[in-house]
Write a protein of this length. Structure first.
Length: 69
């Protein structure tokens, strides 16, 4: 499961952000504090996702390219 999350962290982040936006738009009467807390959590998660992607990019830069077939 951890490998799946690590591999698809950007996709999972975008799904969570889109779901939050849809819920905030379509559900009437949600407390503003709850929405702001969820937005802060999503923004914090975005920073973590960016660091994961940066590590994957740095690792790929240090590998030999695949041989042409």
């Amino acid at each position: 499961m951890i490998d799946f999350i690590h591999t698809h962290s950007t996709r999972l982040y975008t799904i969570a952000a889109a779901a939050l936006a849809l819920v905030a738009y379509f559900v009437d009467g949600l407390p503003t504090g709850l929405i702001l807390a969820l937005v802060a959590a999503i923004l914090g998660t975005g920073g973590a996702v960016q660091r994961v992607e940066d590590r994957k990019t740095a690792k790929a830069l240090h590998q030999e390219p695949p041989a042409a077939s």
